[in-house]
Design a protein around this ligand. Structure first.
Ligand SMILES: *Cc1c(COP(=O)(O)O)cnc(C)c1O
Length: 377
């Protein structure tokens, strides 16, 4: 087999074998439409409801508060547009941050064109929003705050409980894009005071093309896609049964096992960071070193072209990304890195390595050897 050192778990993950096995019958034996009344349909309807219950239990929600979607991006769209349209009679102001995923930022863009007003919060040099700025941004017509749980490029974990508290005190809904966080951090929506939360299976060893949105019971939101009655009329379309079953199976294992894996992942991450720092004192690690996703290493190399370095790593079967998968291919500097104060030159020399449960110390040693030989810093 070709050599592959996969250090891009922030982009996607490999489907866990156990998850795949659980999904397989839903492509063949269990092919019924969940809306059909006969046994093939009923059986799949039941599988979906069991999956819904599993997802809910793991994040501290109720079964009826989970809606399945086609991806994290759709969950983000449904959360923001769904709340915005349903509550515009109360106000048309939304608060988010400057470092959100494009699924949030571009949705906000669309909402602005439709007459909504958006405040984009700044972040400090570690990528953390400032609670005081959030407090000062709230107006009488604010209906929603959306701040990501953890950033996909630099791994910074935002002060979610404090944000939720501020939202609650001001009677404003709080949504969090937790696509990077689920499966890496323990999340309990009830304890944390979260009203809406987006997740995507392929970021936690589940399949691509399936996501979920948690919406707290009583939150006023409306559908953004017209069609049949699926998902209580909030998300039309025949359900991706195999995907939904896979998402639920993946979140089950994630919650059961992530603390075990994190020990190894954090150890490898710190080892990697220490070796990078020793290589050259001008190498900079971006993002908060404490409030950080376990597997994230976002590193700026001085006077290096990140794109060229990625190609070099690729020659050795090493998969990493330039800042973020979503901005690769574009020559514009990453807005996340710019927001935390990096210069254009620094952003160009920045790579993101995101470790996962299958990575080993040998792999890191090999990557370090290639980096040392290539960069000669
Ligand atoms: C990957 C990602 C998304 C998009 O999820 P998809 O399932 O790929 O659409 C949204 N937000 C964040 C933070 C992500 O990392």
């Amino acid at each position: 087999m070709e050599r592959c050192i996969y250090l891009d778990h922030g982009a996607t993950t490999r489907v866990d074998e156990r998850v795949l096995n659980k999904m397989l019958p839903y492509f063949s034996i269990n092919y019924g439409n969940p809306s059909s009344m006969y046994f093939l349909g009923r059986r799949n309807k039941r599988a979906i409801e069991e999956a819904r219950n599993d997802v809910a239990c793991n994040i501290g929600a109720k079964q009826k508060e989970i809606y399945f979607t086609s991806c994290g991006s759709e969950s983000d769209n449904l959360a923001l547009k769904g709340v915005a349209y349903a509550n515009q009679y109360k106000g048309k102001h939304i608060i988010t941050s400057k470092i959100e995923h494009p699924a949030i930022l571009n949705t906000c863009n669309t909402l602005e064109k439709q007459g909504f007003e958006i405040t984009y919060l700044n972040v400090d040099k570690n990528g953390l929003i400032k609670l005081e700025e959030l407090n000062n941004s709230i107006r009488t017509d604010t209906i929603l705050i959306s701040v990501m749980f953890a950033n996909n490029e630099i791994g910074t974990i935002e002060p979610i409980e404090q944000i939720a508290n501020i939202a609650k005190m001001n009677n404003v809904y709080f949504h969090t894009d937790a696509v990077q966080a689920i499966g890496n951090v323990r999340i309990d929506v009830q304890k944390m005071g979260i009203d809406l939360l987006s997740m995507s299976a392929h970021k936690f060893y589940g399949p691509k093309g399936v996501g979920a949105l948690y919406v707290k019971d009583g939150v006023n939101f409306e559908r953004i896609q017209d069609g049949g009655h699926q998902e209580k009329g909030k998300r039309s379309g025949t359900e991706n049964v195999a995907g939904i079953v896979g998402l639920a199976e993946a979140i089950k294992y994630a919650y059961r096992e992530f603390e075990f894996h994190n020990k190894n992942i954090i150890g490898l991450r710190n080892y990697f960071i220490n070796r990078l720092m020793k290589m050259n004192s001008d190498i900079k690690i971006n993002g908060d070193l404490e409030k950080r996703l376990p597997g994230n290493i976002n590193v700026s190399f001085p006077n290096v072209d990140g794109g060229e370095l990625l190609l070099k790593l690729d020659e050795y079967g090493i998969c990493a990304s330039a800042g973020s998968a979503c901005s690769t291919g574009e020559s514009k500097p990453s807005y996340v890195l710019t927001s935390i104060g990096l210069t254009k030159e620094e952003t160009q020399g920045t790579l993101r390595f995101t470790l996962g449960k299958e990575n080993t110390k040998n792999e890191i040693d090999f990557v370090m050897k290639i980096l040392e030989n290539t960069l000669k810093l």
